[in-house]
Design a binder for this molecule. Structure first.
Ligand code: IMP
Length: 194
């Protein structure tokens, strides 16, 4: 099968994506193609940012390419941090800074319902397609677990007791927002090459 660029350098995402696609797709990261550009993420929607990243790489490397963008949407915060999840506590915020701000903003709120939403934009030639994955859950009051990244220590998916950061990577990779979106993309690609 042809090589496809996954427009990211986040090693957690690449590991997750390799696990989800079970080696059925030959993925190249930005590092593999020697791209060190700071790709703009200036859209105010998750879909828009996924498309911007995929298009930036597709225009320059002329290869099939996909990019993802994810946001944590918290109901009682009107959907925040949403598209701003990576920089919720400021431009150079760490994962921990963002978690601390989130817990602070939720202090005293009864409704802690939240969901992760991933959108993958895939571009091949003149075709653009979108694949979405959503997992519902809630934000707990104190971080638990050391695995994963981002908001994992405070997110408990619906139907589970463990946070994403307490789960085995295998379980997270089976049920996560990114897993759902990635599985849709994988099914689409495998059908396309049949
Ligand atoms: P990105 O668009 O995938 O880079 O995600 C934006 C931000 O959402 C990241 O910086 C993380 O803080 C958060 N995020 C994305 N995916 C996950 C996840 O699987 N678990 C926890 N946080 C995540």
């Amino acid at each position: 099968m042809n090589e496809i660029i996954f427009a990211t350098n986040n090693k957690h995402k690449i590991e997750e994506m390799i696990a989800i696609t079970s080696g059925k797709i030959h993925l190249l990261s930005l590092k593999d193609i020697g791209c060190v550009d700071d790709i703009p993420e200036t859209s105010d929607t998750i879909e828009g940012n996924a498309h911007l990243k995929a298009k930036y790489i597709h225009d320059r490397f002329k290869m099939d390419c996909f990019a993802d963008d994810t946001g944590l949407e918290v109901e009682s915060l009107g959907g925040a941090p949403g598209v701003y999840s990576a920089r919720y506590a400021g431009e150079n915020a760490t994962y921990q800074d963002n978690v601390i701000k989130l817990l602070h903003d939720l202090e005293g709120k009864q409704n802690r319902t939240a969901r992760f939403k991933t959108v993958i934009a895939f571009i091949s030639g003149s075709e653009s397609k979108y694949f979405e994955g959503i997992i519902e859950g809630k934000i707990i009051e104190k971080p638990r677990g050391d695995s994963g990244f981002g908001y994992d220590p405070v997110f408990v998916p619906k139907g589970y007791d463990q946070t994403f950061a307490e789960m085995s990577p295998d379980l997270k990779n089976t049920i996560s927002h990114r897993a759902l979106a990635s599985r849709s993309l994988t099914n689409y690609l495998l059908n396309k090459i049949k």
